[in-house]
Design a protein around this ligand. Structure first.
Ligand code: SF4
Length: 299
């Protein structure tokens, strides 16, 4: 999941959006029609090979990627946005990543080749690979392959997740992850459900598990007037974050914005926050103080 306050479809400075147009395996353009049983067998074989590649994590559904600095982790990052998300956040600024079918098949090898190309930049800036979405843990086998491949090159890896599918991240995968960007979308279960359509508990479970393992975390919370800014909700988020322990390096309070609004319209989806204004700088700062008062480093 991404709460990064930028859109994910924009072209990054100096980096082209990856050529995602051609599915590597499968796709109707390669299908054989009108050749009787032989044609059908070829289609079936192609489908079986694609499923095997997805199951083994050789192939994933990818929305886009961009090269960014100062967001999604330290240094210069290659952020890969995977398609598919089980949440339906009312403020989502990338609703086009919600459905996995909207993504494009991309091989793990193709992404890892890009990681290899930027290795020098990552080393010079303290950056690395960030796997975001959507929700990356919708595709755990693919994430595992990317994480393993990057770690083998000595490139630090961050995962940007809501934590809802934290159970998909086993210890072996987490061993290769340097940083988890954990989005805590609300502190009260009812508010969390209203914001995301899902339950809060799995996020708390992942935060505490990461804390117990000592996996570094940057927690992110989006402040939405009238939705997440109730003092009780903010205090609950802060208390949960404290319960994750000292592995939490920082908390980022991100003011809500309307930058994703047009995408909801384009997708024909109902956007509920049309009349919601961004929080004032003072209100955002006041919320940051709630976290700081608990000893958390907050931006
Ligand atoms: S629905 Fe929520 S978790 Fe999913 S991509 Fe959008 S903001 Fe992220």
């Amino acid at each position: 999941m991404s709460t990064t306050p930028t859109t994910t479809t924009s072209e990054p400075t100096g980096a082209p959006v990856v050529a995602l147009g051609t599915p590597l395996v499968g796709g109707s353009h390669t299908r054989t029609h009108g050749h009787g049983t032989a044609g059908l067998e070829a289609v079936e074989a192609e489908r079986a090979e694609r499923l095997a590649a997805v199951r083994e994590g050789r192939l994933g559904s990818v929305h886009s990627w961009e090269l960014v600095t100062a967001v999604d982790g330290p240094g210069t990052r290659l952020t890969v946005f995977l398609s598919g998300c089980p949440l339906r956040c009312l403020y989502c600024h990338n609703p086009d990543t919600m459905e996995m079918r909207r993504g494009t098949d991309v091989s793990a090898d193709e992404i890892l080749a890009k990681v290899a190309r930027y290795r020098g930049v990552f080393r010079a800036t303290g950056g690395g690979l960030t796997i975001s979405g959507g929700e990356p843990l919708m595709q755990p086998a693919f994430v595992r392959r990317l994480v393993r491949g990057a770690a083998a090159m000595g490139v630090p890896v961050a995962i940007d997740t809501s934590g809802f599918l934290g159970a998909h991240a086993d210890d072996e995968l987490l061993d290769d992850v340097d940083l988890v960007l954990l989005d805590v979308k609300s502190g009260l279960p009812d508010t969390y459900r209203r914001v995301t359509g899902r339950e809060l508990q799995p996020t708390l479970d992942l935060g505490r598990r990461l804390g117990a393992r000592g996996t570094r975390m940057w927690v992110r919370f989006v402040l939405v007037p009238g939705l997440t800014d109730d003092p009780e909700n903010v205090a609950a988020v802060a208390d949960h974050v404290v319960s994750f322990g000292p592995a939490v390096e920082r908390v980022e309070v991100l003011p809500f914005h309307q930058m994703g609004r047009d995408k909801w319209d384009e997708l024909g989806m109902r956007y509920e926050l049309t009349d919601t204004e961004p929080p004032s700088p003072e209100a955002t700062e006041a919320v940051r103080e709630v976290f700081r008062a608990r000893g958390l480093t907050t931006f």
